[in-house]
Design a protein around this ligand. Structure first.
Ligand code: OKV
Ligand code: MN
Length: 241
């Protein structure tokens, strides 16, 4: 019995090895799990469920198969695939969860989230986020023809790559006060997130209580997974793709 957590696969046509590794992970490991949680940025970009990209079909099919074999899959949006919608959820048989969510795994309350909302020291990103998460702005974007959405998204990604080069590594990590805030607000001891691509298990004491923050790893040269079992054994592992 194991519950699995992954994040930041950043699947795209440009990374066929990661896609193949993910499909193999679903068939080899996830089929034996109690549940699979994907904590955001499964895809490198997402411009609408109506994107006819074949990769989306392949992934939806594989996740639906996992569901049919009795393994539920839960999804929290990342900062890249935040537009992933009900249509894709239906096709993949995934359950979409809210941005911050307290779940009960084997009797332990755990806060799960993507993690970008903890990175509050990057004013540029916060401004960008506020803008593109505006429901009206999203509605307008989704009403545009596909070619225009592709063009806008490509431009934004190129701009973002350029600006990330000038950002300090501290700015791209979580803010310790934001972590404490989140743990306190949800009255939990444990927290799991991704986004920063700095896999680690951090021990903290908050309000005199020992607590843990697990940061999931991104899938680049290896895959990355957190395994949690009913005896509270947790294992953050990487594996070849
Ligand atoms: C996702 C990020 C690109 C970061 C655009 C309104 C706009 C949505 C969008 C376009 C971009 C998502 C949907 C993408 C995340 C980037 C670059 C940086 C830091 C609008 C609503 F512009 F028209 F108003 N987008 N895409 N970035 O390519 O997936 O998270 S994306
Ligand atoms: Mn992210």
């Amino acid at each position: 019995m194991t519950t699995l957590f992954i994040a930041d696969l950043h699947l795209s046509d440009n990374e066929p090895t990661i896609t193949a590794g993910f499909l193999a992970f679903l068939q080899r490991e996830a089929v034996h799990a109690d549940a699979l949680y994907i904590l955001g940025d499964l895809f490198e970009f997402w411009i609408g469920d109506d994107d006819p990209n074949e990769l989306h079909d392949i992934v939806a099919q594989a996740l639906a198969e996992l569901h049919d074999k009795g393994v539920p899959c839960y999804f929290i949006h990342g900062n890249r695939d935040f537009l992933l919608g009900k249509d894709f959820a239906k096709r993949s048989k995934m359950v979409l969860l809210p941005e911050e969510c307290v779940i009960d795994i084997y009797g332990q309350k755990v806060l799960i989230l993507h993690g970008d909302t903890l990175c509050i020291d990057d004013p540029g990103y916060l401004r960008f986020r506020r803008y593109i998460r505006n429901p009206i702005i999203q509605k307008i974007f989704l009403s545009m023809p596909l070619f225009l959405r592709q063009k806008i998204a490509g431009k934004l990604r190129r701009q973002s790559k350029r600006s990330n080069r000038t950002k300090s590594s501290l700015m791209m990590d979580v803010n310790p006060l934001a972590v404490i805030e989140a743990v306190k607000a949800h009255q939990v001891v444990h927290m799991i997130h991704g986004h920063t691509h700095r896999p680690a298990i951090h021990d903290m004491t908050i309000g005199g209580r020992l607590s843990q923050r697990v940061v999931l790893g991104a899938w680049h040269d290896t895959g990355s997974v957190l395994r949690v079992d009913p005896n509270d054994q947790i294992e953050l592992a990487s594996f070849p793709l």
